[in-house]
Design a protein. Structure first.
Length: 183
């Protein structure tokens, strides 16, 4: 994998895209939350934590989160740039402990915490802040077969149908450590 931040859209020269050049945010397996263009610069410095309430049709699946700096169109980049800032993943079976796996009951709602690496970044005026939620971020993270079988010894694969909840009883959100502007 190439190091560093990348525009979050497929390119025809990237093997995993197979000629698809749509932004990743246009895929039907990516849930996108995005602000309006920012009215002023906004500094984010510190831990990035996503609290997610979700259910799945599978006994095990993954949930991924990406924080993205959406640059507006410019002369150099007429389509703008969707630059990833940070990302991470949680395997559902390890949602409560990394030492002991616990499969899910399909259809039951669970709380997940996805912690990304800390950052320090100023989102510039006119940019947007975007959070993408998905169930995969391959090839950065390995693919979950969604079966609940022992890891790396699975014999089959199933498609997981996942639901994300964001209502008063299930307040899915991202915690952004915003630093107040100084005058």
């Amino acid at each position: 994998m190439v190091n560093g931040a990348l525009d979050q859209r497929c390119r025809s020269d990237y093997w995993a895209c197979e000629g698809d050049t749509r932004p990743l945010s246009a895929r039907n397996d990516v849930l996108v939350f995005q602000t309006s263009p920012l009215a002023a610069d906004l500094e984010v410095t510190g831990r990035l934590v996503v609290k997610l309430w979700a259910s799945s049709s599978a006994p095990d699946t993954d949930f991924t989160a990406k924080l993205i700096n959406v640059y507006p169109p410019s002369n150099d980049f007429p389509a703008g740039v969707d630059l990833n800032v940070a990302d991470s993943i949680i395997r559902a079976r390890y949602r409560t402990s990394r030492e002991k796996s616990e499969l899910m009951t399909p259809g039951q709602v669970y709380e997940f915490t996805i912690e990304m690496y800390p950052t320090s970044l100023v989102f510039k005026k006119g940019h947007r802040i975007r959070v993408d939620i998905s169930s995969s971020n391959f090839p950065r993270f390995d693919v979950n077969p969604n079966t609940g079988e022992p890891l790396n010894r699975n014999r089959r694969w199933v498609v997981a149908t996942n639901s994300i909840y964001h209502d008063p009883q299930h307040p899915s959100h991202i915690e952004l450590p915003v630093i107040p502007a100084t005058k």
